[in-house]
Each structure stands twice: as C-alpha cells, then as structure tokens.
Ligand binder design. Structure first.
Ligand SMILES: Nc1ncnc2c1ncn2[C@@H]1O[C@H](COP(=O)(O)OP(=O)(O)OP(=O)(O)O)[C@@H](O)[C@H]1O
Ligand SMILES: [Mg+2]
Length: 267
C-alpha cells in the first residue's frame, strides 16, 4: 500500500478538495483507496464527498466502534475514514491514540492500494505525526506569498524535528502553468539560500478553476463532474506522476512501516 499525506502550511489552500479528487482519480484507474480525514477537529472530507457518516473517529477513540465500523464506502474503490468536526479532544491526539489508530489501519493493509491522508493545515502535532508516517508527503501551496512562507516553514520543521526531507510540491490555484512553476522555483531558491537540507520535487499543478468551486457547492468532485475542466486535467497528471513514482520505488513493505516509524522518529 502506498501511503500519501496531503498537507500545507497555510489553511484553505485546497488540500481537502485536491485529496478527494486525487482519490477519485486513483479509483477511476482501478486503485482501491482509503481516504483518511485527519483534519480531526475540523473534518470535512465527508461534506466534499457528499457522505453522511454514521460514526466518526471520535467513537473509535472512545472504544465504542471498531475502525471497520467507522469506514464509509464513498465510491467504487473509495472508502473514507471520516474525522469528526467540533471535537476538541481530537485536535491533539495523544501518542497512545495515534498508535491505536495506526495499529487498526495496519490490519487493513491488504484491502487497499493507496492510503491518502488529508491533514489539517499548519505544524501541529497531529499533522507532524501523519506526515512522518507517510511514505510521500504532498505539500499543497498556492502562489500567495503567505502560503509559500508557511509551506517553507512546514518543510523546515518536518526536516528538523521529524527527519522528513523529501516533499512533493503541488501548486494549486495558479493562473497559468508558468506561474505554478515559478512558485516551485521560488521555494527551491529559498531552500538553497538558507541551506535547508531537503529535496522538493515538482508534482504538478491544478490551476485556478471555477469548476473546483462549483463542484464543492454541488458536493461533487470535479474529476467526475467536470472531467473536461483544466482542474481535472491537473489532477489526472498528478495521479499519473504518483503512479509512476510508486512503480519506480521499491516496495517498502507493509503498513507496519507506517506506524513503527512513529515509535522511532528519525528512522
Ligand atoms: N483549483 C482551484 N480553483 C479554484 N478554487 C479552488 C481550487 N482549489 C480549491 N479552491 C477553493 O478553495 C477553497 C478551500 O479548499 P479546501 O477546503 O479544499 O482547502 P483546505 O486546504 O482543505 O482548507 P483547510 O486548511 O481549512 O482544511 C474551496 O472552497 C474551493 O472553493
Ligand atoms: Mg481541509
């Protein structure tokens, strides 16, 4: 199973929208996806996917439901693990809660090809844990200067405190492909200038597109509802690149890797 986290420094840059569309695209290509809403205090994957979950991770952590009971079939090949909204206890999970969740996810290893994690924004402990556990960290950034500085800060903290040094940059909402490339170039320049020991790879871009906004209003996904849109084309390119990456890399083994790394940060 390929484990990908989708994260950002600044909030509201399009993580949830992109993650849901990436999940749907993987599914269109026949991959079985488990999408985790790890924005645990302010979850909204269920809203974007048009779901009405019966239970959430809150019940799982209270011991009232098994993880399997919380899973929601969202599409052919897409299963969602819904977070919970307005639940303060989930905002900062304790280490034992994280391990409980990772252990339960471990058991689902063979049932999915891709595990996609939609994190909260920022550098809080949950975000750090989920990113540290993923094989590939996708950093979503927009051309806004604040989004870029916050993305840089996130990568710096991940590298310094969690030994995560490789990032895939996904530029969202740029007006043109050239603008998107410039965002990448500027970030790599700053990293070089400050001698930050990280590798940033350009994963692709999803241009600013009204189809993205319209899809959210309709609680649909633009790759499905507006397949001809430029945003949908961007997501298809991104998923192609992710699939290529997963083939090039040697398999890292099973899910255990995901949470065992958490016990030994820096491994
Ligand atoms: N490519 C795009 N073109 C136009 N609008 C977009 C695009 N991507 C996202 N948006 C808009 O950005 C808004 C925020 O998106 P989303 O909720 O996915 O961000 P987020 O990063 O998950 O936010 P949060 O940090 O609060 O979780 C959406 O309402 C959507 O309208
Ligand atoms: Mg979100």
């Amino acid at each position: 199973m390929q484990i990908l986290s989708v994260t950002s420094g600044k909030g509201g840059v399009g993580k949830t929208s992109l993650t849901c569309n990436i999940a749907a695209r993987f599914a269109q290509l026949g991959r079985r996806v488990l999408l985790i809403d790890a924005d645990l205090g302010l979850a909204n994957v269920d809203i974007l996917m048009g779901l009405s979950p019966r239970a959430t991770l809150e019940q799982f952590f209270r011991g009232e439901r098994t993880l399997r009971e919380v899973l929601v079939p969202a599409r052919d090949h897409v299963t969602v693990l819904p977070g919970a909204s307005g639940v303060k206890e989930l905002v900062d999970l304790r280490d034992d809660q994280i391990l409980l969740l990772m252990g339960a996810l471990d058991e689902l290893d063979l049932e999915f090809d891709v595990l996609l994690v939609d994190t909260a924004a920022g550098i809080g402990p949950n975000v750090m844990h989920f990113n540290a556990a993923a094989q590939d960290v996708i950093v979503v950034v927009t051309p806004e200067p604040t989004s870029m500085t916050d993305a840089y800060a996130l990568m710096k903290v991940m590298a310094r405190d969690h030994a995560v040094k490789r990032f895939h940059l996904l530029v969202n909402r740029a007006p043109t492909p050239k603008d998107a490339r410039n965002v990448y170039r500027r970030l790599t320049q700053v990293a070089d200038q400050f001698k930050l020991d990280i590798a940033m790879e350009y994963l692709g871009h999803v241009l600013h597109d009204e189809a993205a906004t319209q899809a959210i209003i309709e609680r649909s996904l633009f790759v499905e509802r507006f397949p001809e849109s430029v945003a949908a084309a961007g997501v298809r390119d991104v998923v192609d690149r992710l699939l290529l990456g997963s083939e090039e890399r040697a398999p890292t083994g099973n899910m255990q890797f995901f949470w065992k790394r958490l016990l030994q940060p820096g491994v």
